[in-house]
Design a protein around this ligand. Structure first.
Ligand code: ADP
Ligand code: MG
Length: 567
């Protein structure tokens, strides 16, 4: 299919070129034979070693300058996105200067300035340096745009799995941003290839310069420049083809992964699991979701079921304060959770429930107070002799990975470019160095335990919300968590899908997992929770067994909230 369409495009392009030349030539009074002779002569120039040699110079400069420029550009983009103001300013200043001055002047300047500081290069190397430095500035903005186009929730999910910033960038953000970046990069490459002609000012003997030399001798403007144009067009067509190929490669929502079949040449970029790409997830039959999910527990390590110190609370939040700007979000929260306990947090929107969960996993730093999970700080260490004062650790990702706190989000936050199975395998492989076969085996077992064994190869956007959330739970369980945090896991689901997710959570609770669940599902709280905590305006208002807090709340605010939620 693709091959056919590309062939049509090429035929169209050739037809159009012929028309462009043929009609004006005929109108100018040339006989058909003369025009054909002209074409033949032009073709001769296209094949001439002198012009092709010039084209090769242009290609060489473009290839090296483009690859160097892209590496520099990515670095500049990261500096622009850095939270360090000075890095950001330096990158901004560089981009401002390079974008704002003519490239011709930059080349001449580099050509004249480098020897003054003792750096002598031949003209082609000088041109490469000039073009690379220029491309760095332009591609930096393309990369930045691409990175910003990826939803922040993707990095939050990666951080919750213990992935560090560079790993997240490489494995999660860049693959997803490429789709937005590639068209711009192709523009830049084509632009650079054509613009190498200005390097003739520093005596680079490339294609345009060489055609000028020929014309200077034989005055055959149309034929020689026409031949140069054809060579440029052939080269840029190559770039356009690569662009098409790359765009398909990084298009994670394509139903069928790309296969090129072109003049008998076949190349398939993804031949794995062809059935998953053509089959609709709706037609894939799964055995009915079992009511009993307790066997999830058998997939969890024994270690997660024995606390370090059985006499201390498993999760201990003491006098936790957190502000965003001037707004106090958490105001002295005290909360202790025993090992194996299931705690449901209720509370109106904006009361700080999500913030509390993020602090427990150190996805956000706290302002005051302490939080310990299994008797250990997450991302802090106590200063020796400091009377309990703590200091944040540098390697937060490692701290999170070691804490083994699993997190499930309201909007699932599955990695959208990875299949259900790969979502579960990713952190095991990249963070915990689990061998591939082992990671995949656990991934498949977990998918089976949440009733999605046959959906392993589907990308998230092809799954229903309930299925996505079950994959997200499996993904969190794959890091062998000691504690699971659920932040409104069913709030984004259609009512008929809520049950399948709650069922899995029930199974986990029965298996003895320590869980903190923020939810508005009162029935779940009543049936599954050991304790219900009601929060409002950043404080714990009251807590106790479900029948006490839900049926006989002592506080007016709790009563009001329950009235709204239940009715
Ligand atoms: P809940 O989950 O109970 O609805 P949240 O913990 O999400 O509440 O948020 C509590 C308050 O903190 C909200 O008013 C929200 O606007 C604010 N908030 C949350 N995250 C941020 C942030 N990163 N920056 C600024 N304000 C925030
Ligand atoms: Mg919330």
């Amino acid at each position: 299919m693709n091959g056919l369409r590309i062939k049509h495009k090429i035929a169209g392009a050739i037809g159009m070129l012929a028309m462009l030349v043929w009609h004006p030539a005929r109108a100018a009074g040339l006989a058909g034979v003369e025009v054909l002779d002209g074409f033949r002569e032009l073709a001769g120039y296209v094949g001439s070693p002198f012009l092709l040699g010039g084209a090769w110079v242009a290609v060489k400069i473009t290839l090296i300058a483009m690859s160097t420029g892209l590496v520099l550009g990515l670095g500049l983009a990261l500096m622009r996105l850095s939270r360090f103001k000075s890095l950001n300013s330096v990158a901004w200043g560089y981009i401002w200067f390079v974008r704002g001055t003519p490239q011709l002047l930059q080349l001449v300047f580099i050509f004249d300035a480098l020897p003054l500081i003792g750096l002598r290069f031949d003209e082609i190397t000088t041109a490469v340096i000039g073009f690379a430095l220029n491309e760095a500035a332009f591609s930096a903005e393309l990369f930045r745009a691409g990175i910003l186009s990826v939803n922040r929730s993707q990095s939050t999910a990666a951080a919750a799995l213990g992935m560090g910033p560079l790993l997240t960038l490489r494995r999660i953000i860049l693959p997803q941003s490429m789709r937005a970046v590639i068209p711009g990069l192709a523009n830049d490459t084509i632009g650079m290839l054509k613009l190498t002609s200005i390097a003739s000012v520093i005596f680079v003997n490339e294609l345009t310069f060489r055609s000028q030399q020929i014309v200077g001798q034989n005055f055959k403007f149309f034929t020689v420049f026409g031949a140069a144009a054809v060579i440029y067009l052939l080269l840029t067509s190559g770039i356009s083809l690569v662009q098409v190929w790359l765009e398909r490669l990084f298009d994670h929502e394509r139903e069928q992964k790309i296969t090129f079949s072109w003049f008998g040449l076949r190349a398939s970029t993804r031949d794995s699991k062809p059935e998953a790409s053509v089959v609709s997830p709706a037609t894939v039959k799964e055995p009915p979701l079992a009511n009993d999910h307790t066997w999830i527990g058998t997939l969890l390590p024994i270690g997660s079921r024995t606390p370090r110190h059985s006499d201390e609370p498993f999760v201990a939040c003491k006098n936790v304060w957190k502000s965003y700007g001037k707004r106090e979000i958490l105001r002295g929260v005290d909360l202790s959770i025993a090992h194996g306990e299931v705690v449901v947090i209720l509370g109106p929107s904006g009361s700080g429930k999500s913030t509390l969960l993020k602090l427990i996993n150190h996805l956000e730093p706290l302002d005051w107070g302490t939080i310990k999970v299994d008797s250990q700080y997450v991302g802090y260490r106590e200063i020796p002799g400091g009377g309990g004062t703590v200091r944040p650790l540098h390697n937060l990702a490692r701290a999170r990975a070691e804490a083994r706190v699993g997190m499930v989000f309201q909007h699932f936050n599955l990695f959208s470019h990875l299949s259900a199975l790969d979502n579960i395998v990713e952190a095991q492989r990249q963070v915990y160095d689990v061998p591939r076969a082992e990671a995949q085996a656990l991934g498949r077992e977990l998918l089976k335990s949440v009733g999605l064994a046959a959906h392993a190869d589907f990308l998230p956007h092809r799954l229903s919300g309930g299925q996505q959330q079950r994959v997200a739970i499996a993904r969190a369980l794959a890091i062998k968590p000691k504690l699971m945090l659920f932040d409104e896991p069913t709030s984004a689901l259609d009512p008929e899908l809520v049950g399948e997710v709650l069922g899995v959570m029930r199974g986990l609770a029965d298996a003895g997992m320590t869980m903190i669940v923020v939810t508005h599902e009162i029935r779940f709280a009543r049936d599954v929770a050991d304790r219900v905590v009601f929060m409002d305006e950043g404080e714990v208002i009251e807590q106790g067994p479900p029948e006490q807090v839900i049926d006989n709340p002592t506080h007016e605010r709790t009563r009001k909230f329950l009235n709204v939620v239940i009715n």
